[in-house]
Design a protein around this ligand. Structure first.
Ligand SMILES: [Cu+2]
Length: 171
């Protein structure tokens, strides 16, 4: 009866206490887990980062000396064609009283200068036999320059010394 009721009640209370204990235990476990999960690091040494291993500082790569850009020397531009060197016709003395053109046979491009140098002490001329050209008097130890525009072969002579002859070929 009463006792029975009392024991039943006590049993209920005991169960409740046990449940409460279990609840407290569970709560404690949960709290512990939470602490372990998020509070584990509180107050403790921060975990050393293992993702970035301390690498030995490699020396900065010594920049290899850049070779001077002279590998392919720019080929020098071809030299400009030399100006037409003047063809020289000399008037020389031969023997004691004779003169001559030297060389006797001479070729020159049309338009190119012909330098006539009188190396003697007498005046001379360079006169085409057919009258195509005439240098006029070339004074002693002087030089004149002539050009010829018409190609052809021109025998010439000195008007002062008719025995002085030569042939000029204009190409
Ligand atoms: Cu002459």
């Amino acid at each position: 009866m009463g006792v029975g009721d009392g024991s039943v009640a006590a049993s209920v209370v005991t169960r409740c206490v046990r449940i409460e204990v279990n609840c407290k235990a569970i709560a404690a476990v949960i709290v512990g887990l939470m602490l372990a999960a998020c509070g584990g690091s509180v107050g403790s040494v921060p975990p050393t980062a293992t993702s970035s291993p301390t690498s030995t500082p490699t020396a900065a790569p010594t920049p290899s000396p850049t070779p001077a850009p002279n590998a392919t020397p720019t080929p020098a531009p071809p030299p400009p064609p030399p100006p037409p060197t003047a063809t020289v016709l000399k008037i020389v003395r031969v023997g004691a009283y004779s003169y001559a053109f030297s060389p006797v046979m001479l070729s020159i491009r049309h338009g190119a200068p012909l330098t006539v140098t009188n190396t003697t002490a007498a005046p001379h001329t360079m006169t085409a036999d057919g009258g195509a050209f005439n240098s006029g008097t070339v004074s002693p130890n002087s030089t004149i320059t002539m050009t010829f525009s018409t190609p052809g072969t021109f025998p010439y002579h000195c008007q002062i010394h008719p025995y002085m002859t030569g042939t000029l070929t204009v190409t």
